[in-house]
Ligand binder design. Structure first.
Ligand code: CZF
Ligand code: MG
Length: 195
């Protein structure tokens, strides 16, 4: 079965392909020109739905199944920031590196060298007459330094609970077992099987 992925984030595409090997996962940018989607809702869930609906409507093919991922990191010492604003924490067009360094500086400003934190992923599934959403979480610690080059985004500063290395240092296989995205996707595939 073909799943169209409503994302232009290459890190997500790589992870979702690895997590959904029973499906043909096609990023929508391989089917049409990339377009801007305004993610202006106030929750991961509603932003995921905005993205999945936008791509479903743009494709104009009733039978296609579109999935979208809206995700981010929430840091306790920052009262849950950046949360749904994780992709633009360092500014509207900030790179992953700029976002990560702003987060490190903001945690340092609180006078601590680390903080409990968690990632959230909301996955939306949209197809003919059906809209569903599921969530997954990964808890751990946000550091004020980076270690390793693996993963993407904030991974080099995030140590998952039960580990003493960052996701930048841990293998893709370990992230696959632990991640917010893998937990949400395992719920999503249960729903997709019933469609
Ligand atoms: O280190 C990370 N490991 C992860 O596993 C992860 N999951 C999400 N994020 C960060 O959260 C924001 C998502 O924002 P987001 O859902 O709007 O996605 P995006 O704008 O990059 O692409 P799109 O899917 O919207 O096209 C971005 O800053 C990501 O770096 C992660 N960072
Ligand atoms: Mg986005």
């Amino acid at each position: 079965m073909k799943l169209v992925l409503a994302t232009s984030n290459k890190g997500k595409v790589r992870e979702i392909k690895a997590l959904c090997q029973d499906y043909e996962v096609v990023p929508y940018v391989e089917l049409m020109e990339e377009f801007d989607i305004v993610e202006d809702a106030d929750s991961f869930k509603d932003n995921a739905l905005i993205k999945a609906r936008a791509v479903y409507n743009a494709l104009g093919d009733d039978d296609v199944i579109v999935i979208a991922d809206d995700s981010g990191i929430s840091v306790n010492v920052l009262d849950g920031e950046p949360g749904i604003y994780s992709a633009r924490y360092g500014g509207e067009d900030a790179t992953d590196k700029e976002n990560l360094h702003k987060l490190i500086e903001d945690i340092k400003k609180k006078g601590v060298s680390s903080s409990p934190a968690h990632y959230t992923a909301a996955i939306a599934i949209v197809t003919k007459g059906i809209e569903r959403t599921v969530h997954g979480w990964m808890y751990g610690t946000a550091l004020t330094e980076t270690k390793g080059e693996g993963g993407f985004g904030y991974d080099p500063m995030f140590v998952p609970s039960g580990y003493d290395k960052t996701l930048g240092e841990l293998s893709d296989e370990i992230k696959k077992k632990l991640s917010h995205r893998s937990k949400a996707l395992s719920l999503a595939t249960k729903i997709i099987k019933t469609l």
